[in-house]
Design a protein around this ligand. Structure first.
Ligand SMILES: Cc1cc2nc3c(=O)[nH]c(=O)nc-3n(C[C@H](O)[C@H](O)[C@H](O)COP(=O)(O)OP(=O)(O)OC[C@H]3O[C@@H](n4cnc5c(N)ncnc54)[C@H](O)[C@@H]3O)c2cc1C
Length: 446
C-alpha cells in the first residue's frame, strides 16, 4: 500500500477511507482496477461507532478472504454470546433477554455462510486496510482533501489540497466515488441535497476502562445492556473481552452539553454500581439524522455510504449498508471499465440501492422510537419502592413468556436486523402483532 503523493492519473478515485471507501477499494482492487484512495485525515484514533458487523458484511469479508482475520482481530471470543438484556440497572432486575440477537453464534446455519460479529469499527477498518496493503493497484494518500472536481465526457479531474502544507495537486480518473461521509464534499459538488428528518435530539458515546465490572454484575454476558431507569437511561456494553466498555446516552436534554456532563457520575447512576473506571479518550457526541440524497450520481461521480444515506444508528445499519454500496458500485464500475458491463449497468446502482436504503431508514427510525428513554414509565416500574401493580403484573407475564419465546425472539431480531436473507438482505418489517406477543412491555410503552 503506497502512501505517497497521488499520481496524476488513475482509473477510480475514491474520496474517504472509512469502511465504505475501503470496501469500494477492495472490490475494485480484487477485480484488477487501478484505484487511488484520498483521505483528509490520518483516520486513526476514531471513536468506535459501529460495533455490529452483520452476517452479510462478514460474507463479503469471507469472499475477500479476510473473515478469519477479523475474527482473530477481536478480543471478544467468537463464542461470546450476542445477547441483548433489558434491565433496570446492571444489578437487575432483568426485564427481557434476547439471545443471539445478531446471529453472532459461530455455528453452521443454512441461511448464511458467516455469523455476525460484535467488533469495533476501527478494527474492521484496520483489517481492511491491512488487506489492501497487498494490492499493488491500490494506493492511499492521507492528509489529502478533495476540494473541487471537473468532468468531461471521458474523465474526471479532481483537485486535492494537502491538509498540512496547503499544496494543491490534480488527479485524473475515469470515475470518482464519494465515500466521504455525512458531510460529503462530493455530494455538494454534484448538487445533491439530503431530504428526510434531521436529528431532533442529542446523544453521546463514551468508552471507559473498568476491569472489575464484568465480575460485579449478575446480568450474564451480553453485547448490549439496555438500562431502563429514570436516573440515566442508556445503552451499555463491552467493547472487548478484557476491560473496555461503551456507554451510550440517548435522547439527552437539548440544553445539556455532552462535554460538560460528569460522565462517571452518570454511568454510576445508570448502572446502579459504584465501580472504578477510567474514561478513554473524549466524549463522542452524535446526532441521529434520518436523511437520504435526492440523487446518487452525476455522470462519472457516484456517492456511497453515509455520503448518500444517514441512518439513525439503531439496528447496526450504516456501515453495513455502506459496505454493501461499495461492493455493488465496485463490481459494476469494474464491469463497465472492463467493457463487459454494458452502457446501462452503472445506472442500476441507484435503482437497486435506493429502495434498500429507504427501507432501512424506516426500520432504523422505528428502532429509535424505542430507545431506553421511551421504556420508562412509572406505571411500568416492576420492582423496588416505586413498583406499581401494573408493572408487577407485566413483569410476571414477561417472565412466563420469556423462556417460551426466546427462540422466536432471536429469529425476530435477526429479521429486524436484516441479516438472514441471502437473496434479499432487507428481511421484512416485523408485524406489529408479533412484536406485541413477544414483548408486551416494550410495545405498550413505545
Ligand atoms: C453512535 C453510532 C453507532 C453506530 N453503530 C453502527 C453499527 O453498529 N453498525 C453499523 O453498520 N453502523 C453503525 N454506525 C454508522 C457507521 O459508523 C457509519 O455509517 C460509517 O462510519 C459510514 O462510513 P463511511 O465510510 O460512509 O463514512 P465515514 O466513516 O464518515 O468516512 C468518511 C471519510 O471521508 C473523509 N472525508 C470527508 N470529506 C473528505 C474530503 N473532502 N476529502 C478527503 N476525505 C474526506 C473523512 O475524513 C472520513 O474519514 C454508527 C454510527 C454512530 C454515530
Amino acid at each position: 500500500m503506497a502512501v505517497t503523493s497521488p499520481k496524476e492519473e488513475t482509473e477510480v478515485l475514491i474520496v474517504g477511507s472509512g469502511p465504505v471507501g475501503l470496501a469500494s477499494a477492495i472490490e475494485l482492487g480484487h477485480r484488477g482496477i487501478r484505484c487511488t484512495v484520498v483521505e483528509q485525515h490520518e483516520r486513526v484514533g476514531q471513536n468506535p461507532r459501529a460495533k455490529t458487523t452483520n452476517v452479510r458484511t462478514r460474507e463479503h469479508l469471507r469472499r475477500w478472504g479476510i473473515a478469519d482475520a477479523l475474527r482473530k482481530a477481536s478480543t471478544l471470543p467468537a463464542e461470546y454470546p450476542s445477547n441483548i438484556v433489558f434491565a433496570t440497572s446492571m444489578k437487575g432486575p432483568v426485564l427481557a433477554r434476547i439471545e443471539n440477537a445478531f446471529y453472532c453464534w459461530p455455528e453452521r446455519n443454512d441461511l448464511y455462510s458467516e455469523s455476525g460479529q460484535w467488533v469495533p469499527q476501527y478494527l474492521i477498518e484496520e483489517v481492511m486496510r491491512g488487506h489492501l496493503a497487498g494490492f499493488s493497484n491500490v494506493s492511499f494518500h492521507f492528509n489529502q482533501r478533495l476540494s473541487a472536481v471537473k468532468q468531461c465526457e471521458h474523465a474526471v479531474k479532481a483537485t486535492l489540497v494537502h491538509t498540512e502544507t496547503g499544496e494543491e495537486s490534480t488527479i485524473a480518473s475515469k470515475y470518482l466515488i464519494g465515500a466521504d461521509g455525512g458531510r460529503s464534499t462530493v455530494r455538494k459538488l454534484i448538487g445533491a441535497t439530503m431530504t428526510g428528518r434531521p436529528a431532533e435530539y442529542r446523544n453521546f458515546n463514551v468508552v471507559l476502562r473498568a476491569p472489575k465490572l464484568a465480575a460485579m454484575h449478575p446480568l450474564g454476558p451480553a453485547i448490549q445492556y439496555w438500562l431502563v431507569n429514570d436516573e440515566a437511561p442508556c445503552l451499555f456494553g463491552p467493547m472487548d473481552g478484557v476491560d473496555r466498555w461503551y456507554f451510550m446516552a440517548t435522547k439527552i436534554d437539548k440544553s445539556l452539553d455532552p462535554e460538560s456532563v460528569d460522565v462517571c457520575d452518570m454511568i454510576r447512576r445508570s448502572t446502579g454500581i459504584d465501580f472504578e473506571m477510567e474514561i478513554v479518550g473524549s466524549v463522542d457526541p452524535w446526532l441521529a439524522h434520518s436523511l437520504i440524497a435526492d440523487r446518487y450520481s452525476d455522470r462519472r461521480l457516484f456517492l456511497a455510504g453515509d455520503a448518500c444515506h444517514l441512518h439513525v444508528p439503531f439496528g447496526g445499519f450504516g456501515m453495513n449498508m455502506g459496505i454493501a454500496d461499495g461492493v455493488d458500485l465496485g463490481w459494476k464500475m469494474a464491469a463497465t471499465l472492463q467493457g463487459w458491463g454494458g452502457p446501462h449497468l452503472l445506472a442500476t446502482y441507484e435503482l437497486e440501492r435506493r429502495p434498500v436504503h429507504l427501507r432501512v431508514l424506516n426500520e432504523a427510525n422505528l428502532n429509535y422510537v424505542k430507545v431506553a428513554n421511551q421504556f420508562i414509565k412509572r406505571v411500568w416500574m416492576p420492582r423496588g419502592p416505586k413498583a406499581t401493580r401494573c408493572g408487577k403484573r407485566w413483569e410476571r407475564r414477561l417472565w412466563k413468556r420469556r423462556h417460551a419465546n426466546s427462540k422466536r425472539w432471536a429469529s425476530f431480531s435477526a429479521t429486524a436486523m436484516k441479516t438472514h436473507r441471502p437473496s434479499f438482505p432487507m428481511g421484512r418489517s416485523l408485524p406489529r402483532s408479533i412484536l406485541k406477543t413477544m414483548c408486551p412491555l416494550l410495545i405498550r410503552v413505545a
